[in-house]
Write a protein that binds this ligand. Structure first.
Ligand code: ADP
Ligand code: MG
Length: 243
């Protein structure tokens, strides 16, 4: 379980996350929705400690961080092992093949044997529908395929939670759908996932739970059906503008 308590983040006097309290259960898919600039990326980045919160506590397993806190590198490395983050842009290693991209983390960071990493990578590429692309270079792939490699690479680290920050926003609709389908399949197989997206139809179908962020505050946190039937005018306006 991942617990966030009273988390605050300010950029140059701009209070971006305001006393955030959230709990994420293992195996659940949560979709974070909210207008642009509401703090969704900052929240995901704070969970992965790509941003350092000003105050608050994050607890996962036996790791408990209370900010402000100086974090030793070994502690940061252990903490980060709970998460893998997938961004809008794929950031694959261009000079590696697809399968080498997926094997890189386990062999370099986790010191897994090459043989074991290859077997795992083959399984993951199958899971994201790219078994036939294992030996290709990223430049030979479509944007949707690259993003699916990025997901396989993130899964290879065996995180408790996959974090996705608008993973389809750089893709045209058809390619976006193939990436969303992979995330949907992962949800069905019980991966813990926290997904920032504007695809409300995806959220409706896949999310166990919706968190709605507005101006750095959580104004909805509950089950998916309640979100889509909410009579909160701000939520209704947000949904109408996207449909
Ligand atoms: P969202 O992902 O919901 O669009 P962000 O978390 O990216 O929102 O941004 C929330 C607010 O924080 C915005 O006002 C943005 O300008 C500001 N912000 C985000 N990252 C930084 C940064 N590194 N430095 C300064 N301001 C930032
Ligand atoms: Mg963002």
């Amino acid at each position: 379980m991942l617990t966030i308590e009273n988390l605050n983040k300010t950029f140059d006097g701009n209070h971006v996350l305001k006393d955030i309290n959230l709990t994420f259960q293992p195996g659940e898919t949560t979709v974070i929705l909210g207008p642009s600039g509401s703090g969704k990326s900052t929240l995901l980045r704070s969970i992965d400690l790509l941003e350092t919160p000003d105050s608050g506590t994050i607890t996962i397993g036996d790791d408990k961080l209370t900010f402000p806190q100086k974090i030793a590198f070994s502690q940061l490395k252990k903490y980060r092992g709970h998460f893998s983050i997938v961004f809008q842009a794929y950031n694959l290693f261009p000079h590696f093949t697809v399968i080498q991209n997926v094997m890189e983390g386990p062999t370099q960071v986790k010191k897994v044997s090459k043989e074991q990493a290859r077997t795992q990578a083959e399984g993951l590429l199958k899971q994201v529908g790219l078994s036939d692309k294992a030996k290709d270079r990223p430049s030979q792939l479509s944007g949707g395929q690259m993003q699916r490699v990025a997901i396989a690479r993130a899964l290879a680290m065996e995180p408790e939670f996959m974090l996705y920050d608008e993973p389809t926003s750089a893709l045209d609709p058809e390619l976006a759908q193939e990436v969303l389908l992979v995330i949907k399949k992962l949800a069905e197989t019980g991966n813990g996932q926290i997904v920032v997206t504007h695809h409300v139809e995806f959220a409706r179908k896949v999310a166990d739970r919706i968190v709605f962020l507005e101006d750095g505050e959580i104004t909805f946190d509950g089950d998916t059906q309640s979100f889509f039937t909410s009579d909160n005018p701000r939520i209704q306006r947000y949904l109408q503008q996207l449909l």
